[in-house]
Design a protein around this ligand. Structure first.
Ligand SMILES: *[C@@H]1O[C@H](CO)[C@@H](O)[C@H](O)[C@H]1NC(C)=O
Ligand SMILES: *[C@@H]1O[C@H](CO)[C@@H](O)[C@H](O)[C@H]1NC(C)=O
Ligand SMILES: *[C@@H]1O[C@H](CO)[C@@H](O)[C@H](O)[C@H]1NC(C)=O
Ligand SMILES: *[C@@H]1O[C@H](CO)[C@@H](O)[C@H](O)[C@H]1NC(C)=O
Length: 475
């Protein structure tokens, strides 16, 4: 007769109701409850909302409010990696996370892959583990002091023998945090929670490539964004965390066919949110999410955010990702997966868009990646306007750094074009968009050639890295 969710925003009653709905509880009580809630909301709604309020997301009025939001790029530059003086430099991930802990008054939600914030988690005594250990200690101390306690909630991927997640066991046994685990193979047959997202007090956030790993602060190259005093965008990102929390906190939970109202968004690639960034310039913004079944209505899929960005580029597409494969690789047989590859070839061949790709190379890299990359680069000069260039970014390591497992790598996952900055958490291969959870943030210039914008900052980072001594031409 009526649908419980598409009623009115942010009503706790509706939220509880749809959660119950998903758990298929006492249907009769639920119906009575919903009917009462509906009537109450209807009465309230007819007083405060003279317009019909049961709108589908497509029919929602365009929100052209400009919301204040302070955003800065956040990087980890591994110890010993040096750029020429006057190179672009941004806030460190250490500083960003410390700042988020300083700011947090009521809540901290973290969507994470695995946790190794202490040297001993990787069986190593390393002074460069200190910043990670300090941040971890601050979280652990949250268990002690009841007076100033904040609510920390952590959603993590299933622990494995490689990542037993000792840190989150500690946090939860000290009463410092509530921890839930998401079992992706149960939902999708394979995959992981690969997101790296912090939400603080519903108004500040971190999103980027840095895992909850001390190495992500000092030994691995990372790119992310810090949002401060940014309630609208943070509230929208929190809806993605909310889906992880729902799945992780209900042992029998399955991914619903359709997510309830409170998970839905009106901000996406068609109708981005307008942000007044740092009080200085206006940008369009939206958050994307993968895999598609975790997205409620209105949410742009992470892959579509990437494809739309490439397809809309007029002059250039600069990509910095750790791994690039036009394949799905996590299933038992590899499959050719050409979505991004096709978009890049089309941009270069049909529109003369100059493509540059900075791909990581480290001791764990697979040589087959270069075959796929070379096949892209080989198109260069097939016609005079076709220009695809690829470089490997290699983080150097001295003997001591060499001993640190799974460190010394460029772990960035971003793209910058003549109009858009995209910062994500996923490698660019099919699995990350089909079965693995990740998030992306798209920030678009509102005018051509803006001299000051986050996009411009990111362009500067790419140029710095591309022209650095750590970038090696692919041959
Ligand atoms: C780690 O190294 C420091 C200094 O090199 C030393 O003081 C400390 O005792 C070591 N800790 C462990 C657990 O080995
Ligand atoms: C945002 O950043 C600007 C520029 O750095 C600063 O002047 C302003 O106080 C900040 N606003 C908030 C609300 O944090
Ligand atoms: C993708 O990224 C992760 C870390 O974020 C890395 O460990 C992994 O090997 C990468 N490559 C693939 C193909 O999954
Ligand atoms: C560095 O690289 C970029 C490509 O990202 C190029 O367009 C730019 O001109 C280069 N800058 C310098 C100073 O060499």
């Amino acid at each position: 007769m009526y649908k419980p969710h598409p009623l009115v925003n942010h009503e706790d009653e509706v939220e509880n109701a749809s959660d119950r709905n998903m758990q298929r509880g006492n249907v009769h009580a639920l119906q009575m409850f919903l009917l009462t809630t509906f009537l109450l909301l209807f009465l309230a709604g007819s007083v405060f909302h003279p317009k019909p309020f049961a709108l589908k997301s497509k029919e929602l009025p365009h929100d052209d409010t400009k919301y204040d939001c302070n955003i800065t790029l956040v990087e980890s530059i591994p110890i010993g990696l040096n750029y020429t003086p006057n190179s672009p430099k941004f806030m460190s991930t250490i500083e960003a996370w410390q700042q988020l802990l300083d700011l947090s008054k009521t809540s901290l939600d973290i969507g994470s892959f695995y946790w190794t914030m202490r040297g001993e988690d990787v069986g190593i005594n390393e002074s460069s583990a200190k910043p990670g250990e300090e941040i971890f200690q601050r979280m652990l101390d949250n268990g002690k002091d009841i007076g100033s306690k904040i609510k920390i909630r952590i959603a993590q991927s299933s622990p494995s023998s490689v990542s037993p997640n000792m840190d989150t066991k500690l946090l939860s046994s000290f009463g410092a945090a509530e921890v839930v685990t998401l079992d992706f193979p149960k939902y999708f047959g394979s995959g992981i929670l690969h997101t790296k997202l912090w939400i603080v007090d519903g108004k500040h956030f971190y999103l980027g490539s840095a895992n909850m790993d001390w190495r992500a602060l000092t030994q691995i190259k990372e790119m992310g964004v810090l949002g401060q005093n940014c309630p609208q965008l943070t509230t929208d990102l929190a809806k993605i965390f909310k889906a992880y929390w729902y799945l992780g906190s209900n042992p029998n939970a399955r991914v619903p066919n359709s997510w309830p109202y409170e998970y839905k968004t009106i901000y996406n690639s068609e109708q981005p949110m307008l942000l007044n960034v740092n009080g200085a310039f206006i940008m369009q913004a939206y958050a994307s999410s993968s895999p598609p079944p975790l997205s409620a209505d209105g949410r742009t899929h992470d892959l579509d955010a990437i494809l739309n960005t490439i397809n809309a580029a007029l002059k250039f597409v600069h990509i910095a990702v750790m791994d690039y494969y036009p394949l799905t690789m996590f299933e038992s047989r590899i499959k050719y997966w050409s979505a991004i590859d096709n978009a890049l070839r089309t941009a270069a061949v049909e529109r003369g868009v100059a493509v540059k790709m900075l791909i990581s190379w480290w001791k764990h890299s697979d040589k087959s990646m270069d075959n796929y990359l070379r096949s892209l680069q080989d198109l260069t000069m097939s016609h005079r306007h076709v220009d695809i260039q690829i470089r490997h970014f290699i983080v150097p390591a001295d003997q001591n750094q060499e001993r640190i497992p799974y460190a010394r790598v460029n772990h960035n996952k971003y793209m910058v074009t003549d109009r858009v900055a995209y910062i994500g958490t996923s490698n660019w291969s099919g699995d990350y968009f089909e079965t693995t959870a990740g998030v992306g943030l798209v920030l678009k210039d509102t005018l051509p050639a803006m001299s000051d914008s986050i996009r411009k900052d990111l362009e500067g980072v790419f140029d710095r890295d591309w022209n650095s001594t750590y970038a090696h031409i692919l041959i």
